[in-house]
Design a protein around this ligand. Sequence first.
Ligand SMILES: NC(=O)c1ccc[n+]([C@@H]2O[C@H](COP(=O)([O-])OP(=O)(O)OC[C@H]3O[C@@H](n4cnc5c(N)ncnc54)[C@H](OP(=O)(O)O)[C@@H]3O)[C@@H](O)[C@H]2O)c1
Length: 242
Amino acid sequence: MTNVPGFEGRTAVVTGGSRGIGFATAAALSSVGASVLICGRSEDALVDAVDQLRTATGGMVASARVDVGDPEQARRLVRTAVDDFGGLDILINNAGVGRFAPFADLTDEDWKETLDTNLSGVFYCCRAAIPVMRSRGHGWIINVSSLAGQHPFAGGAAYCASKAAVNALTESLMQEVRQDRIRVSCVLPGSVDTRFGGSDPEREASWKLAAADVAQTIVDLLRHPPRSLPSRVELRPAMPKK
Ligand SMILES: NC(=O)c1ccc[n+]([C@@H]2O[C@H](COP(=O)([O-])OP(=O)(O)OC[C@H]3O[C@@H](n4cnc5c(N)ncnc54)[C@H](OP(=O)(O)O)[C@@H]3O)[C@@H](O)[C@H]2O)c1
């Protein structure tokens, strides 16, 4: 990957950066010069991802084993960015899980893991990041939500509810911190070809978005001039399956 100038000296945290959309976003940010800290729960996956990212981009990339659904671990993630990279300019809240089942079959664990990761994780990471961004006088927070947050479907109650709440959280926070020069927005992708929710990578998925498409949208947002704030972006496959 070629190094395109633009984000040198900026530090980005990408939650859920070990695969899928988070990995593609970490790669895109590293290739434009940002220092990138990724997190996830599986140490092996993180080590592998950091290795691949450093090889591909030659950039400064590190990882922290963090479950974003735990407030103390979310605080540690932000502290690690500050201690190891000198600050935090960009937070991409991407970590998410999909537990899909008929409503009556959703277990307490499905419900809790989905809400803890997809919603509380965003809250914990934003809450930890905002004082750091305020003290730096700027910041960008981008939450990876989903079209499922505004178009709920059968079998997706926990997931759709978590993403609808992320959309509301994002807009509320955006209004609260924009005068501090902290821009907050969310990206709402449609179907993306990843292993999300146990998707089978073997089946035909050429109609779906690629993880790199979402990453490109995120980098495009970050390139907006300071006076402009695209606060919600819907990203759809151009030719969905009929
Ligand atoms: N794929 C789609 O069709 C699609 C569409 C719209 C929106 N999205 C959203 O995009 C985001 C990324 O999805 P993806 O498709 O890239 O999924 P993915 O391939 O399953 O990757 C999910 C990433 O999140 C990490 N993660 C999961 N739970 C975590 C937790 N509690 N703490 C920290 N890291 C955690 C995973 O690592 P570990 O498992 O090791 O923790 C992994 O790195 C999610 O928020 C998802 O809702 C996806």
